[in-house]
Design a protein around this ligand. Structure first.
Ligand SMILES: [Zn+2]
Ligand SMILES: [Zn+2]
Length: 143
């Protein structure tokens, strides 16, 4: 992350390209060989900085379709298309459907730059219904 823009590394080289390189952005950050300082930086982007959120384990999420909600039980859930996902292992970038115990196999994997790598496969259940409480937390409505 540099000046609110996300950069990703190409094959372990000291040059980092803007995460939006594929959409034609020319911005790069070159580090010295020792990688302790910036040697050269072209920071003219052809787009706004991505809006990102942090997960509980400090992973960045830049995908605009995702939002986070906090439940009344204190769990932080990732919400995508009305379905909720939670991170089971903080070291991994996988988020599993909150209904995993219901044998739902839907899951999401994040890329290093915070975008979603795998779109979730179909769920075997309808999306959960949440009610927003006055304190901003969410309560799952049981059917
Ligand atoms: Zn850029
Ligand atoms: Zn599911």
């Amino acid at each position: 992350m540099f000046n609110q823009y996300t950069f990703s590394q190409n094959h372990n080289s000291p040059t980092y390209y803007c995460s939006k390189k594929l959409s034609g952005c020319q911005a790069i950050v070159k580090l010295t060989k020792e990688r302790d300082a910036i040697k050269e930086a072209i920071t003219i982007h052809n787009h706004e900085p991505p809006k990102y959120m942090k997960t509980a384990s400090d992973l960045l999420i830049t995908d605009p379709r995702v939002k986070f909600i906090e439940t009344v039980r204190g769990a932080r859930l990732m919400m995508l298309n009305g379905f909720t996902f939670s991170q089971k292992n903080h070291k991994k970038r996988w988020f599993y459907c909150s209904r995993k115990t219901n044998k739902c196999k839907s899951r999401i994997r994040l890329n290093d730059d915070g975008t979603i790598m795998c779109a979730p496969v179909g769920h075997n259940h309808p999306p959960p219904v949440f009610k927003e409480m006055s304190d901003g937390r969410f309560y799952k409505v049981k059917k």
